[in-house]
Design a protein around this ligand. Structure first.
Ligand SMILES: Cc1cc2nc3c(=O)[nH]c(=O)nc-3n(C[C@H](O)[C@H](O)[C@H](O)COP(=O)(O)OP(=O)(O)OC[C@H]3O[C@@H](n4cnc5c(N)ncnc54)[C@H](O)[C@@H]3O)c2cc1C
Length: 114
């Protein structure tokens, strides 16, 4: 059910054992209309299962457009006469949905218009 679990302490964001947990897109979609308490309880149970510590959920944020729904291999370039329009971002990399993918896609897009 979880797609990632990150320690905010390890990231230097806080000095307590707080984590940010992301649910898998399919799970999020299936529970989009569930009330906050239900989602928080399910997330806390999953974090407890993975960490072994008794997790208490304190905040919920729903990102409807958090991840691309489709991925493309490399930046998409559209050429029309002398003009070139290049699309880049985390969707334009097969290992997408992360900052690295957006970065690599941006580098490739810059090379495409050079
Ligand atoms: C909650 C959350 C946590 C994340 N944590 C991590 C993490 O720990 N590590 C990691 O690698 N990745 C993480 N990601 C993923 C990462 O944020 C994305 O992969 C990355 O930001 C994608 O970069 P991008 O430039 O492709 O798109 P974005 O960062 O989404 O940038 C797109 C920009 O376009 C703008 N925009 C959209 N539509 C228009 C429009 N019509 N006109 C003008 N501007 C527009 C938006 O406002 C935005 O500024 C996380 C994502 C979320 C949602």
């Amino acid at each position: 059910m979880l797609s990632s679990l990150a320690s905010n302490r390890a990231k230097g964001l806080c000095e307590v054992d707080a984590v940010t947990a992301h649910a898998l897109p399919a799970w999020s979609l299936a529970h989009w209309d569930a009330d906050d308490d239900t989602v928080l309880a399910a997330m806390a149970a999953e974090v407890t299962r993975h960490t072994g510590g008794a997790a208490r959920a304190v905040a919920l944020k729903r990102w409807r457009h958090a991840r691309p729904t489709r991925y493309v291999d490399g930046p998409a370039a559209v050429r029309d006469g002398g003009a070139t329009l290049v699309f880049a971002g985390d969707a334009f990399h097969l290992d997408g949905g992360r900052v690295e993918a957006a970065w690599l896609s941006g580098i490739a897009a810059a090379a495409a218009v050079r």
